[in-house]
Design a protein around this ligand. Structure first.
Ligand SMILES: Cc1cc2nc3c(=O)[nH]c(=O)nc-3n(C[C@H](O)[C@H](O)[C@H](O)COP(=O)(O)OP(=O)(O)OC[C@H]3O[C@@H](n4cnc5c(N)ncnc54)[C@H](O)[C@@H]3O)c2cc1C
Length: 440
C-alpha cells in the first residue's frame, strides 16, 4: 500500500484503506485571530464542501471549519457506494414532504449518482470513479417483496431499475443466500477520501478558505444579526450566515440538534487484493452490493481489487468491539465462501446519522443558520444533493423549489435512552436477521 499518499504532519484521520490510497492533501491552517466572511460552514465532509464549492462558484466569501482534518467524519471513511435511491417509496416521500418538494427530491435523488459522476469529471477529481451499477439484494422473501415495491414505485417515477431473480443475483455477484434483488445501473463507487479531498481542492481553487483542526465551540448570533463563531484556542470568525454540516459527528454546539438523529456506527474492513480467479467469482461485473439485512452487508472493490466490505458496528474507533468485525467476517464468509481465510488488511468505522422518517433533514432554526444532515447511510450521493440545496437556499432560491422541506428541529423520542443503548443494537439486529432466514 502507498502509505505515504496521505502522510502529513499531525493528520488525524483514522487508519483506513482510503487514508492509505488517497492523493495527499495539503494541511490547511487552523482558524486563528479574527476573521470575517459571508458564510461559515461547520463540517468538512461531502455536505459542507459541496456547499462551499457551489457558494465559492457564485462569488460568495466562504470559510469551512473542520474540527479535525478534511474527510475526518463519515465522508473519508465511507464505503464510497454512490446509491441513487431513498429507503422509502416515492408515494411515501411525497406524503412526508408534500407533492411539490417531493417531486423535486425524487427527481434529484434519481439523478444523484449521475450528477455526482458528472461533478467528478467536471472538477477533474481524482477519486477512482466507477459507474457500473449496484446490486441491492434481498436476504428474505419479505424483503424481496419490499424491494419489488420500491422498484415499482421508483420506476414509475422515471427510475432505471431492473429486477433480478435469485439465480441472476448469484450469477452477477457470486453471493450465496439471496432470494433476489434489484440492479441500479446508474450507481457506482468512488474512493471517498479522494472525493472529499477533491471537493476541498475545487473549493479552494475557487476562493473558499478551509480551516482544519478548528473545532467550533461557540456559535452565537451577535448584535446586528451577524454570527460569531469561536474555537477554544482563540480563533474568532464573524459571518453573515452559517451552515452546519456535521451529520453523525454532530456535537452539542447547537442546542437540540444532536437529539434529531441517531448516530449509528458502520464498520468497514478491506481484504488483501483478490486474485484474478477470486475476482471472476466475486462481483465479476465490478458492481457494488448491499443487502437488506438490518445489520447490512455492503461491499465493492477498490482500484487494486481489494474488497472493502462493511456492516453495522458498535464503536467507530474499535471495529472489533462487541464482536462486530467477527460478525462481519462470518457474514462475508457465508456470503462469499471463496473468501474463507482471506487476510483482512484494514478495519475502521465511523458514524452515520439515522432519522426517524429515513429522509435527510434541512433546518433553519434561527435566521441565517442552515443545517443539512441525516443521510441514513446513503450520503455519498445525497450529501451532494444537500450541499447544493443548502447553497441554493443561501443564494435565495425559494423554499418551495428546494428538494427538502425546511423543518423545525424535532427530537427523536427517547433519544437519550436510545443513544445510550445504540452500541448493543447491531448484535441484536444480526440476530433478528438470522431469525428471518430460519423463518424462510
Ligand atoms: C463506515 C461508513 C460507511 C459508509 N458507507 C456509505 C456508502 O457506501 N454509501 C453512502 O452513500 N453512504 C455511506 N456512508 C454514509 C456517508 O459517508 C455519510 O452520509 C456522508 O459522508 C455524510 O457526509 P457529511 O459531510 O454530511 O458528514 P461527515 O462526513 O460525517 O462530516 C461531518 C464533519 O463535521 C465535523 N464536525 C463536527 N462537529 C464540528 C464542530 N463543532 N466544529 C467543526 N467541525 C465539526 C466532523 O469532524 C466531521 O468531519 C458510510 C458511513 C460510514 C461511517
Amino acid at each position: 500500500m502507498d502509505k505515504t499518499a496521505s502522510a502529513r504532519s499531525g493528520h488525524s484521520l483514522p487508519p483506513s484503506l482510503w487514508a492509505d490510497t488517497a492523493p495527499a492533501f495539503p494541511a490547511q491552517p487552523a482558524l486563528s485571530g479574527a476573521a470575517r466572511c459571508d458564510v461559515a460552514i461547520i463540517g468538512g465532509g461531502f455536505t459542507g464542501l459541496r456547499c462551499a464549492l457551489a457558494l465559492a462558484e457564485a462569488g460568495v466569501s466562504v470559510r469551512v471549519l473542520e474540527a479535525r482534518d478534511i474527510g475526518y467524519g463519515a465522508s473519508g471513511r465511507s464505503g464510497g457506494q454512490v446509491n441513487p435511491i431513498l429507503r422509502k417509496t416515492v408515494e411515501a416521500v411525497r406524503l412526508e414532504v408534500g407533492p411539490r418538494i417531493g417531486d423535486t427530491l425524487v427527481r434529484l435523488t434519481l439523478s444523484s449518482a449521475t450528477d455526482l459522476f458528472r461533478d467528478i469529471e467536471h472538477y477533474g477529481i481524482d477519486c477512482d470513479p466507477v459507474q457500473k451499477g449496484w446490486l441491492q439484494v434481498a436476504h428474505s422473501p419479505a424483503m424481496l417483496h419490499k424491494l419489488q415495491g420500491l422498484r415499482d414505485s421508483w420506476t414509475a417515477a422515471g427510475g432505471d431499475i431492473a429486477q433480478l431473480d435469485a439465480a441472476e443475483v448469484q450469477d452477477w455477484s457470486g453471493a450465496q443466500g439471496y432470494v433476489g434483488g434489484l440492479y441500479h445501473p446508474t450507481a457506482g463507487h468512488v474512493q471517498p477520501l479522494s472525493l472529499v479531498r477533491g471537493l476541498a481542492r475545487a473549493a479552494l481553487v475557487r476562493g473558499a478558505v478551509i480551516h482544519e483542526r478548528s473545532p467550533i465551540t461557540t456559535l452565537d448570533r451577535a448584535e446586528g444579526g451577524r454570527w460569531h463563531l469561536a474555537t477554544a484556542t482563540g480563533g474568532q470568525l464573524s459571518a453573515e450566515r452559517v451552515v452546519l454540516a456535521t451529520n453523525g459527528y454532530t456535537d452539542r454546539l447547537w442546542p437540540g440538534l444532536r437529539a434529531t438523529i441517531l448516530p449509528f456506527v458502520s464498520i468497514q474492513a478491506a481484504t488483501e487484493p483478490l486474485t484474478p480467479a477470486q475476482r471472476a467469482a466475486i462481483l465479476p461485473r465490478g458492481t457494488t452490493i448491499a443487502d437488506t439485512r438490518r445489520s447490512i452487508i455492503y461491499g465493492r472493490y477498490d482500484r487494486d481489487f481489494r474488497l472493502s466490505i462493511g456492516c453495522m458496528g458498535s464503536f467507530p474507533e474499535n471495529p472489533e468491539a462487541l464482536g462486530a468485525f467477527g460478525r462481519l467476517r462470518r457474514g462475508v464468509e457465508r456470503t462469499f465462501p471463496a473468501l474463507r481465510g482471506i487476510a483482512w488488511e484494514r478495519k475502521w468505522g465511523g458514524y452515520i446519522a439515522l432519522t426517524t422518517d429515513a429522509l435527510p433533514h434541512l433546518h433553519e432554526p434561527a435566521p441565517g443558520l442552515y443545517i443539512g444532515l441525516g443521510f441514513n447511510g446513503r450520503g455519498v450521493a445525497m450529501a451532494s444533493v444537500m450541499g447544493r440545496a443548502l447553497a441554493a437556499a443561501l443564494l435565495g432560491v425559494d423554499r418551495a423549489d428546494l428538494p427538502f422541506p425546511v423543518t423545525p428541529l424535532k427530537a427523536v423520542p427517547l433519544h437519550r435512552l436510545l443513544n445510550a443503548i445504540l452500541p448493543a443494537a447491531p448484535p441484536l439486529m444480526a440476530l433478528a436477521d438470522r431469525l428471518d432466514n430460519w423463518r424462510g
